[in-house]
Design a protein around this ligand. Structure first.
Ligand code: B12
Ligand code: SF4
Ligand code: SF4
Length: 334
């Protein structure tokens, strides 16, 4: 019964809801709970205090939904080009690839709610709760446990066939479902992501110091930039893909972009000149409906100012940023 229901649920998710990957994990506390504790203890979360506040729930899905027994983890793909962009052109800013399209939160949430309703139609009275990104679930570890992929040295969830250009969500339920085997790691001896990170944010395999990460600095960090931070972001307006760009599993990935997440042309390579003309209202219109709307006008102007300054000082700086920034970055105890 548990197995038949699990198979029917996965088949429904894949064939009716446009989900690219689905797997089921049990809802017991995370094995990586200690990793989260150590990461927070080192202060690697920077200003993301919400991660510390919700750590207990992240470590144990049963606190997310009392009585939880199973976690259904799903992924959708935003892979839209065979190869990643090459070195950006002068005067052009980089928007991370996940942010060049419709905001995935609502897309995944709506599909998970439909999946929850389907489950309730099969198991009347069952309880379920949905989480996408902002909810306190350790999505990558749950995805690994549900067999969707492994957590790479760049800390991303990588599927052997689809690569890591995946966005995750989860449905936690008190229904007991047959679990999938956890995924095994396949990074082997590769260190391409560690070598390529321009700010040395991947301080050791599988440990990312967010305070050094361009994705954190451009999107999550709210304070004004110190000078090394302004230099470190290079031409990134929001997010960073470098440690995924170099990953061999993305170079050879197959599969296609979810139809709901097709890229928006104006976000592929916006120029500094175009962005400089935006005021608060036109920035909101520019970012509307995409993950960029989470970047308020103050952070947008802070980031753009840093990009302009860095372009003036280092017109061809991209490949040498690590050398430029390395000795000025905060030291890590790792
Ligand atoms: C905070 C956060 C960030 C922070 C910190 C990232 C980080 N590495 O922790 C910042 C702002 C830097 C960030 C950046 C990005 N993020 Co983010 N982020 C999150 C968020 C909200 C929480 C992550 C978290 O808890 N971090 C704390 C650390 C300690 O957790 P962790 O690294 O995942 O480690 C845990 C497990 O992985 C486990 N673990 C690690 N190794 C191993 C090994 C074994 C054997 C085991 C058992 C466990 C284990 O231990 C830890 C505790 O569970 C999640 C959504 C969510 N609710 O989970 C999205 C999420 C991880 N982000 C996502 C994305 C897309 C990105 C970016 C690609 C966006 C971009 N292009 O700029 C980058 C990628 C940078 C990178 N290399 O990770 C996706 C990842 C999809 C994927 N394929 O992995 C998520 C899942 C959002 C989503 N719903 O899709 N992010
Ligand atoms: S997202 Fe960019 S800055 Fe952050 S760890 Fe990856 S390569 Fe480094
Ligand atoms: S670049 Fe290499 S080490 Fe890094 S995540 Fe990909 S396979 Fe693993």
């Amino acid at each position: 019964m548990k197995r038949t229901l699990a198979e029917a649920l996965k088949s429904h998710a894949l064939s009716e809801l446009g989900i690219a990957l689905v797997g089921i994990a049990d809802a017991s506390p995370l094995e990586g709970g200690g990793r989260l504790t150590a990461w927070l203890a080192e202060g690697a979360h920077g200003e993301m205090e919400y991660l510390a506040r919700t750590a207990a729930v992240r470590r144990d899905p049963r606190l997310f939904l009392p009585g939880a027994r199973s976690v259904i983890v799903v992924a959708v793909s935003y892979r839209d080009e065979a190869t990643f962009d090459s070195t950006p052109l002068a005067g052009v800013v980089t928007v991370a690839r996940y942010a060049r399209r419709r905001d995935y939160h609502g897309v995944i949430r709506r599909r998970l709610v439909r999946l929850g309703r389907w489950l309730a139609s099969q198991v009347p009275g069952c309880r379920w709760r949905v989480g996408v990104d902002t909810t306190p679930l350790a999505e990558r570890e749950l995805a690994q446990r549900a067999g969707l992929g492994w957590i790479g040295k760049n800390t991303c969830l990588i599927n052997r066939r689809l690569g890591s250009e995946l966005l995750l969500g989860a449905l936690v339920t008190d229904t007991e479902l047959a679990c999938d085997p956890p995924a095994t790691p396949h990074c082997g001896r590769c260190t391409a992501c560690l070598d390529a990170c321009p700010t040395a944010a991947l301080v050791r395999p599988g440990f990312l110091d967010a305070r050094r990460c361009i994705s954190y600095l451009t999107i999550e960090h709210r304070s004004p930039f110190q000078s090394w931070e302004a230099r470190a972001i290079g031409n990134h307006l929001a997010g960073c893909d470098i440690c995924q760009q170099v990953c061999p599993f993305n170079r050879r990935a197959s599969g296609s972009c979810d139809p709901a997440l097709q890229p928006r042309a104006h976000l592929r390579a916006p120029t500094i000149d175009t962005l400089s003309q935006l005021d608060e209202v036109s920035w909101r219109q520019f970012a509307a409906g995409t993950p960029l709307r989470r970047l308020d006008f103050a952070r947008f102007t802070r980031n753009l100012g840093a990009i302009r300054l860095s372009g003036e000082v280092h017109p061809a700086r991209a490949p040498t940023r690590r050398q430029q920034a390395g000795d000025r970055l905060p030291s890590s105890s790792a």
